[in-house]
Design a protein around this ligand. Structure first.
Ligand code: SF4
Length: 428
């Protein structure tokens, strides 16, 4: 390995003595059966309460009856940025991506093991009250979202994204939400991404979304291998998804949206090896697309909430290697991996690698680009994959102290350099 291991490097948390989440550790719980009175959003439909303005998730009161396409949910960061809720985000003034999530009392009909929206939670929490990527998702009328964005000539949003879920209405309602937006907001002013649900889609749906003005189409593979996909999103957890169908739609997106306009989400640390995830990253680049990465975090209420978050050593290695493949022309064949599949050499001379680490962009949240640069994501998802105290994906430009922290996690501190945990907060 070309990297030095200096004094003072901070090791990540160890899981069974290892600096990575191995397959044998990352076994999801089996979903418990849901009693009939709680299935398919029955309590919400029976109560049938009319929504009154913005709904902030609160499982202590009955959830109103809200449905897309009239209603959508949005991330807490987007709701703060849009002025719908008050709040502050650690070291971020706003988010650059308006993430909209389709909503129904029946919720998502899939059961993905790492996801807070999954169907197995029906008895515990109504759909619109469920946490997703660590935060609440307030619900609001789509008309109000469009009114607010259309009326703001200085909108901070660089991109809007419609997140589909697994529901019989999801395809049709995505078209309607998209049209509601483009009727009022020029897609060249705020480009649109679609986070698709391939399981219910056909090639013609992908084509139609493109013709309606969507700019980028993404597929949330999430799991890096067919086996992990089946374990976490398919038969392993009584969920309907299939690796084959996801790839069919991903290939349709490649054909229809074209180079640099499609991508796949991948969660790192669910039991795949670093070699396996980097092979997938290379496959996507060879197709002409990008990977958008998430660090596994044990989402509360999910079937994997008892499992360890991805150690920072593993996450930083993969984050850096992915950036090299996606934006620096390095190929996975140039990298070296050890006997446990860990990255042992990034395939780039030390001085060049050092400069890329020092620029910090590799460690920012990855996703669809905004208006700053091709390699800076609009979708910054503040603290969606970690707490602010131990950031996995940085939703802001890294300062010197952040870069030293990252270097220490990578065992790449320079001679004479050190980092003490807690320094970041002292520096603010
Ligand atoms: S399909 Fe998406 S929203 Fe539904 S459970 Fe799976 S990851 Fe969550």
């Amino acid at each position: 390995m070309t990297c030095l291991k200096p004094e003072g490097a901070i090791p990540g948390p160890r899981v069974n003595g290892r600096d990575f989440n191995a397959y044998d550790t990352m076994e999801p719980r089996a979903p418990a059966p849901v009693p009939a009175p709680y299935r398919n959003g029955k309590p919400v439909k029976d109560a049938n309460l009319a929504p009154r303005g913005l709904y902030r998730p609160d499982y202590r009161v009955m959830t109103p009856h809200m449905r897309s396409p009239e209603y959508v949910q949005m991330s807490t960061a987007a709701a703060i940025t849009l002025g719908l809720v008050e709040g502050q985000m650690h070291r971020c003034s706003c988010t650059r991506c308006l993430n909209l999530l389709l909503t129904y009392p029946e919720g998502c009909r899939a059961n993905c093991a790492y996801c807070g929206l999954a169907r197995h939670r029906e008895a515990e929490r109504n759909y619109a009250d469920r946490n997703f990527i660590r935060v609440d998702w307030p619900a609001v009328a789509m008309a109000e979202v469009v009114d607010r964005v259309a009326a703001d000539p200085d909108t901070p949003f660089h991109r809007m994204c419609i997140s589909m879920i697994t529901h019989p209405r999801s395809d049709a309602d995505t078209f309607t939400v998209l049209k509601t937006w483009t009727d009022r907001i020029d897609p060249s002013r705020i480009p649109i991404s679609i986070l698709s649900n391939p399981q219910t889609m056909e090639r013609a749906d992908v084509q139609r979304l493109h013709e309606m003005g969507a700019d980028i189409f993404t597929v949330a593979l999430d799991a890096a291998t067919p086996d992990l996909f089946d374990r976490t999103r398919g038969k392993g957890v009584q969920s309907p998804h299939s690796w084959k169908k996801y790839w069919e739609i991903l290939e349709d997106a490649r054909d229809i949206f074209g180079p640099q306009k499609f991508g796949a989400h991948i969660i790192v640390g669910m039991g795949e090896t670093e070699y396996e995830v980097m092979t997938l990253v290379q496959r996507l680049v060879d197709m002409g697309g990008h990977s958008h990465m998430f660090c596994f975090f044990p989402e509360k209420g999910s079937l994997m909430d008892h499992l360890p978050a991805t150690p920072r050593d593993q996450w930083r290695r993969v984050q850096l290697a992915r950036y090299l493949v996606d934006y620096c022309g390095v190929r996975v064949e140039q990298m070296k991996f050890d006997d446990q599949g860990r990255i042992a050499d990034f395939g780039m001379p030390r001085t060049e690698l050092d400069a890329i680490v020092g620029a910090g962009i590799a460690f920012r949240t990855s996703g669809c680009p905004g208006k700053f640069a091709d390699d800076i994501s609009a979708c910054d998802r503040p603290y969606g994959d970690s707490p602010p105290s131990n950031i996995a994906s940085y939703p802001f430009a890294l300062k010197e102290v952040d870069i030293r922290k990252v270097r220490s996690q990578l065992d790449m501190l320079r001679p004479g350099e050190s980092y003490d945990d807690g320094e970041e907060f002292e520096a603010l």
